[in-house]
Ligand binder design. Structure first.
Ligand code: MOS
Length: 676
């Protein structure tokens, strides 16, 4: 084998599949041309939030030759056991949230499916619903665990006594609205049956997980479900587990005996694929006069659904972020007639750190202490301290007049703000195979998914170095559930988890003394490591200007300094960091799923109403990082980078708005009407 000493890791390689994507050669789940008899599905969604569906009538005029099937609980095939009750589609008459799939039309054309779906007559006995989250909701309860597996409550020291005795106190409540994942590629599946085996071209973050989950519903072992996920146009957590589109497409294909394509329209994403729970968070901070925290109390209220418990870990990062002798955190939930909240980029950390880091800014104001210095005085993490110090230097923090509402240029109030960031360094078991080709190149296989982040590219770099081969002599195959089993592209754990398995397989091949193939499974090693609880850290700095007349907010500068392990590819890493920061800008300023309590649903359900940042919203944005390899964590020394950018960046913007205007927005988003 020819070997090279030039390392691929650390190089700013462009995405391997970039040319395929920009030329249109790359195919996404709804683009596969399978067979001559491809049929199209259209989902019919419940118009009420709670009730029973008693009958479905099809207009005979519409049910023309082109309609192949109209499925509802009265005639749909029975499914096997679902771990996630939202996947037990069309199985009974209960309606548990508005937008729930209650029927599926399959037709020869998309237009016929859509027209027939629109004409269905649903007979529904509607019941009163409860969709409003309140801090005094009568049925709040404390879940046993919060996502993914943390205790719901924690307590050290006597928080009440410490708070009562503190020289300086902050007691504030922050509210964040429901938020919706908006990947560029909506959820889609093309399903076909090959004999008794199921083939799914599906857009998701975890092909083996989808195979297992959908297989169980159709009484098939995972090995008999072939999930192909070559390219994914974003997920942010909403594609981490199977969504109803995969089950409905498979059901439609089974009933009609044809391949069925089911692409959710954008509006369906606002009820069928999960959202971030709204939160109501009370934070109490007590400190000594010289700015040492003595008491930290973080109590979060969120919601789950009637069907399924998802408890977001809103207050968990408060357990480690700062040192204080008394720290207490807790979570309570209301079960509402709503879709189940699910993962959305940095579930827990994003809303939780918004509240903590804004409250820290309020404490700094009360102490008349610089907010960077307050954080430095209270962290035990050297890498966080470095991010704050170096970030402040790079951003140009030091000449700042701490007093709010001092800097004005024309109609604009100008202000700057800071906030910390943290994210756990998680690793999950995965396996990989490395196979030497006749020409000496090596093909590496793993059932991972690339959401557009550059994972395929970074795995190629990792493999090249582990093999000692030039980068262009290695090909990485991913996006197929039949490849060696990989963990989910979630929790910012993908590259660290898969990279470990890839490194293991490649080293084994290199050291095999001439074998053609080697495999590696990281399970035993990873289980031991994950008990150590390591984190990435960062510091976000924002400069905003707020129009004194209109209240318009512009983020003129957004800067992040990170300590997130070894950065494997600076090009794709920067894109992950600033992507998270831009999503944080959306959380701070634009994004809000507005509830209509009478309808029991969100009235914002497309991009005309649910605003995400666009290019025109982003002015100067930059991400930099410390050289921070953690060799004890995995063979690459890397930590996850997909989520930390959205943690703390909204707080930095909110804190900058306060510095600019003197107005403390505690109810997100900071729309202009709150700044007048
Ligand atoms: Mo991310 S919310 O863990 O896909």
């Amino acid at each position: 084998m020819t070997t090279t000493t030039e390392r691929a890791v650390g190089q700013p390689h462009r995405r391997v599949e970039g040319p395929d994507k920009v030329t249109g050669a790359a195919r996404y789940a709804a683009e596969y041309q399978v067979g001559d008899d491809l049929a199209y599905g259209w989902v019919v969604q419940s118009p009420v939030a709670r009730g029973t569906l008693t009958a479905v009538a099809v207009d005979p005029l519409v049910e023309a030759d082109d309609v192949l099937a109209v499925l509802w609980h009265g005639n749909a095939p029975r499914l096997g056991k679902a771990d996630d009750p939202e996947l037990a589609v069309l199985q009974n008459d209960r309606i548990s949230y508005r937008g729930q799939a209650v029927a599926l039309v399959v037709a020869r054309t998309l237009e016929a499916a859509r027209e027939a779906a629109a004409s269905l007559q649903l007979a529904i006995d509607a019941e009163p619903h409860d969709t409003v989250l309140r801090a005094d909701h009568p049925d709040l309860y404390t879940p046993e665990k919060v996502n993914p597996d943390f205790p719901s409550e924690s307590s050290t020291g006597d928080v009440d006594a410490a708070f009562a005795g503190a020289a300086v106190r902050v007691d504030v409540t922050y509210r964040t609205p429901a938020l919706h994942n908006s990947p560029m590629e909506p959820h889609a599946t093309t399903a076909l049956w090959a004999g008794d085996d199921l083939v799914l071209y599906d857009s998701n973050q975890h092909p083996p997980g989808i195979a297992a989950t959908v297989g169980a519903l159709f009484d098939l072992p995972a090995a008999r479900v072939h999930v192909i996920t070559e390219h994914v146009g974003g997920g942010f957590g909403s594609k981490g587990t199977a969504r109803p589109n995969a089950v409905l497409a498979a059901m439609g294909a089974k009933v009609t005996g044809r391949p069925v394509r089911l692409a959710l329209p954008r509006q369906a994403l606002f009820s069928m694929v999960g959202h971030r729970t709204p939160t109501i968070q009370q934070i109490r901070l007590g400190a000594t006069a010289d700015g040492k925290l003595t008491a930290v109390d973080h109590q979060a209220v969120g919601h789950t659904s009637r069907l399924f418990e998802f408890a977001e870990q809103t207050a968990v990062s408060t357990r480690h972020m700062y040192e204080a002798p008394a720290v207490r955190t807790g979570h309570r939930l209301a079960r509402l007639d709503m879709p189940t909240p699910r993962w959305m980029r940095a579930p827990g950390e994003a809303p939780g750190m918004l509240a903590l880091e804004c409250a820290m800014d309020e404490l700094a104001g009360s102490l008349e202490l610089d907010p960077v210095e307050l954080r430095v005085r209270n962290t035990g993490f050297d890498s966080y301290r470095k991010c704050l110090g170096l970030g402040a230097d790079r951003f140009g923090w030091h000449d700042r007049d701490p007093r709010p509402r001092r800097r004005r240029e024309g109609d604009w109030w100008i202000g700057t703000g800071v906030a910390g960031a943290t994210y756990p360094a998680m690793i999950q078991p995965s396996s990989a195979r490395a196979r030497r080709q006749p020409d000496g190149d090596v093909e590496v296989s793993i059932a991972a998914a690339d959401l557009g982040t550059g994972a395929r590219t970074v795995l190629t770099q990792i493999a090249a170095d582990a093999l000692g081969l030039p980068y262009d002599r290695v090909r990485v195959r991913i996006g197929d559930s039949t490849l060696p089993q990989a963990s989910v592209a979630g929790g910012s754990s993908g590259t660290a988890s898969w990279g470990w398995a890839v490194t293991g397989a490649c080293r084994a091949l290199r050291e095999s003394g001439g074998l053609d193939e080697a495999t590696f499974d990281s399970t035993a090693l990873v289980e031991k490591l994950n008990q150590e609880g390591k984190h990435a850290f960062g510091a976000h700095f924002a400069e905003v200007r707020v129009d004194a007349v209109t209240g318009e907010v512009r983020v003129s500068r957004l800067y992040g300094m990170y300590a997130a392990g070894r950065i494997l590819n600076p090009r794709t890493a920067r894109s992950q960091f600033i992507g998270g920061m831009i999503m944080g800008m959306g959380m701070a300023l634009h994004e809000e799923s507005v509830l209509d309590p009478a309808m029991g649903t969100w009235v914002t359900h497309d991009f005309a109403e649910y605003h995400v940042p666009v290019h025109a919203d982003v002015e100067s944005i930059e991400a930099e990082w410390l050289d921070d390899p953690d060799e004890g964590l995995n063979p690459m020394g890397s930590k996850g980078i997909g989520e930390i950018g959205i943690v703390g960046s909204p707080a930095a913007i909110l804190n900058a708005i306060h510095h600019a205007t003197g107005i403390r927005v505690r109810d997100l988003p900071a729309r202009l009407d709150k700044l007048l």
